[in-house]
Design a protein around this ligand. Structure first.
Ligand SMILES: [Zn+2]
Length: 181
């Protein structure tokens, strides 16, 4: 299961994809930076991390780690900012990206995986894909720091370039049409 860094990057990518075309966005690094500072990117990053709030009540990887919870989160966002369909879509899809990443990641605590299809079923799903390292919370074990540092580095190496390319694509897409004479 990725760290909050990996989940925030995933949610930010979703926010960028959901971003509307903005006239006069320009091109290049400055435009890419502006795309990254969009409220939808921030909302996506937050929604991407939020499912792990279940640590607080000791039901980790259960109800909040499901597509049902993603739909609920989108409905809550839509009710909060009525009519902001892009925000609701970003929140729902970013939340779902958390479920996807945890499904694709590593897990060392039974039951393995996530309750992805709650409330339809409480079955746990696990892809055995091991795309992301499991973040260790066993701070008393040898290698705790080095393992987690490596896990976060891997997430950044996998998702960082995806975020950069998506930011470039959005800023490129947002560029105004070239005037023809
Ligand atoms: Zn999680």
């Amino acid at each position: 299961m990725p760290s909050p860094v990996g989940h925030a990057l995933g949610g930010a990518i979703v926010g960028l994809v959901c971003e509307a075309r903005r006239a006069g966005g320009g091109r290049g690094l400055r435009a890419a930076r502006a795309a990254l500072a969009s409220p939808l990117v921030v909302a996506g990053a937050v929604a991407g991390v939020l499912p792990d709030i279940d640590f607080l009540w000791g039901r980790h990887n259960m109800e909040t780690h499901s597509l049902g919870a993603a739909v609920l989160a989108a409905v809550v966002a839509w009710s909060w900012q009525r009519g902001q369909t892009r925000l609701a879509l970003t929140v729902g899809l970013a939340w779902a990206s958390h479920v996807l990443f945890d499904w694709l990641g590593s897990d060392d605590t039974a039951p393995l995986g996530v309750m992805a299809l709650w409330p339809v079923t409480s079955t746990f799903y696990f892809a055995h894909a091991y795309v992301f390292e499991a973040i260790s919370r066993r701070y008393w074990l040898d290698g705790f720091v080095t393992h987690n540092l490596w896990a976060v580095t891997t997430e950044a190496l996998v998702l960082g370039p995806v975020l950069a390319v998506t930011a470039w694509w959005r800023s490129h897409a947002a560029a105004p049409p070239v005037a023809r004479s």
